[in-house]
Ligand binder design. Structure first.
Ligand code: HEM
Length: 456
């Protein structure tokens, strides 16, 4: 007979009984963040969650994140939520797998290298200054401004300028189209795909309209670029994609790949940064001491001028604030995967085909690695402070080969926007407004964030 100790790979993680599935699903629909936190507090770093027809393997230790994302990433494809998002994003960089993903990443990655993004610093800074100017016109108004909406417009504007060389404002409301797409993806995720897509629910209709609208925007962008010529010389995202898809013999396939790739970049690139900024302004309002330090740094480093690339390293405290905002409210709060073959994670058996999630939201608040995990304390990211925190305890941009391609762009944008706004303005949440986190594909503030704007 084989001793149990010889077969650790057959061990199953602990978790609630399958009988609790209906109650668990109902709690998930109401408050997913709360469920993830409470089950990890109760059962530990590895939990099996029975969710009706499915079982979810939830791993919540830095070593687990390291194994799944960086040591054995080939065994894991993108999972729940992202699978549903594939209806919009098709086989874009975020959702594709295998050889196709490798080829796409090779095409797109060079555009996002740090030195290339550094050259975009001027454009990003101008957008940040423009936003602060716009907000300044709202000082003293009775009507609050929806900061989530402002941040969405801003981040779409930055993507348009930096990646597409286009003013996306011309196309009007594409932020709303992305909203409809997210709404549908999260609905499909929560209903585990049980409602067929042909059912004429208003949400499905909205989704279909939104998808067509986004694809139309992309088609127009590409058509304009082709008409303008000089594609090879530009070497930006659009021209690289035109180059790589020209190998396709079927023009329909080429067009679809272009749509998938650009809609993916627009979605992945704007919601994440917009949500970081929205949470940041909320937290700065709640922590006046932190706002004062950010304000003082911005005044000292920038004075009255528009930021330049070198300021990124001088705005050291502001960068720490951004890190801490993404610790507490990681825009990508869940990393879903599907195991392709059997594996062992943290000593537990994960069967082929299993749905598995890592959850940056709970990992970033894991009490073993973060003192006072719910406290907003940017100083914990002070590079001069020594820390024995494991590297994979903090993964706002993921890790391993699927690490976020746009992290340099997102970080620069967040630091410049916070500095440019805080040097002139202070913003306070509308009194009485109850702020509720909404874990969609990204972790958002439900219903927007009404704030009043004041002189600093
Ligand atoms: C604060 C801002 C951002 C955060 C927190 C963030 C977070 C992430 C995370 C966690 C992943 C990994 C997802 C996974 O492994 O399943 C990811 C992937 C990705 N991100 Fe970001 N992101 C940000 C900004 C951006 C920007 C500005 C862009 C593009 C313009 C972008 C484009 C992408 C793409 C295309 C992928 C897929 C990469 C691949 O699978 O090869 N992101 N992002």
């Amino acid at each position: 007979m084989t001793a149990l100790a010889d077969q650790p790979s057959r061990l199953r993680p602990p978790g609630p009984s399958p009988w609790s599935a209906p109650a668990l699903l109902a709690r998930m629909a109401r408050n997913r963040l709360d469920v993830m936190r409470s089950v990890s507090a109760r059962y530990g770093d590895a939990v099996r969650l029975p969710l009706g027809p499915k079982t979810l393997y939830f791993f919540n230790h830095p070593d687990h994140a390291k194994h799944v994302l960086a040591e054995n990433p080939g065994n894991y494809h993108k999972g729940i939520g992202l699978v549903h998002a594939r209806r919009t994003l098709g086989d874009g960089l975020l959702t594709s797998e295998g050889e196709l993903w490798r080829k796409q990443r090779k095409t797109i990655q060079p555009v996002f290298q740090a030195r290339r993004i550094a050259r975009q610093a001027g454009a990003i800074a101008e957008e940040a200054v423009g936003l602060a100017d716009r907000l300044h016109t709202m000082v003293g108004r009775d009507e609050p401004v929806d900061i989530r909406h402002e941040m969405t417009d801003l981040t779409l504007g930055v993507l348009g300028r930096t990646l597409l060389d286009t003013d996306l404002g011309e196309f009007g409301g594409i932020g709303d189209a992305f909203e409809a797409v997210q709404d549908q993806a999260i609905f499909e995720m929560m209903s585990l795909g049980a409602v067929p897509t042909w059912v004429p629910l208003p949400r499905q209709r909205r989704f279909r309209r939104a998808r067509a609208e986004l694809q139309d925007v992309v088609d127009q962008l590409v058509a304009r670029r082709r008409a303008a010529g000089g594609i090879a010389e530009r070497d930006d995202v659009v021209s690289r994609l035109i180059g790589s898809t020209s190998e396709e013999t079927d023009p329909q396939v080429a067009r679809q790949r272009m749509r998938d790739e650009l809609v993916t970049l627009l979605l992945a690139g704007h919601e994440t940064t917009a949500s970081t900024l929205t949470w940041a302004f909320h937290l700065l309002d709640r922590h006046h001491d932190v706002w004062e330090r950010v304000h003082a740094e911005a005044v000292e480093v920038l004075g009255d001028r528009t930021p330049v690339y070198e300021d990124l390293h001088r705005l050291r405290y502001t960068a720490m604030v951004v890190d801490e905002v993404m610790r507490l409210y990681p825009p990508v709060w869940l990393l879903p995967r599907i195991a392709q073959g059997d594996d062992v994670v943290g000593g537990y058996h994960v069967p082929a085909g299993a749905d598995l999630v890592l959850c940056p939201y709970t990992l970033h608040r894991h009490p073993e690695f973060w003192a006072h995990p719910d406290r907003f304390d940017p100083d914990r990211f002070d590079p001069d402070r020594s820390t024995d925190r494991p590297r994979y305890a903090y993964i706002p941009f993921g890790a391993g080969p699927r690490f976020c391609v746009g992290n340099n762009l997102g970080l620069m944008e967040a630091v410049f926007v916070i500095a440019c706004v805080a040097r002139r303005l202070r913003m306070s949440v509308q009194p009485g407004y109850r702020l509720v986190p909404e874990p969609m594909l990204t972790l958002r503030v439900r219903g927007g964030l009404p704030m009043r704007v004041h002189e600093a």
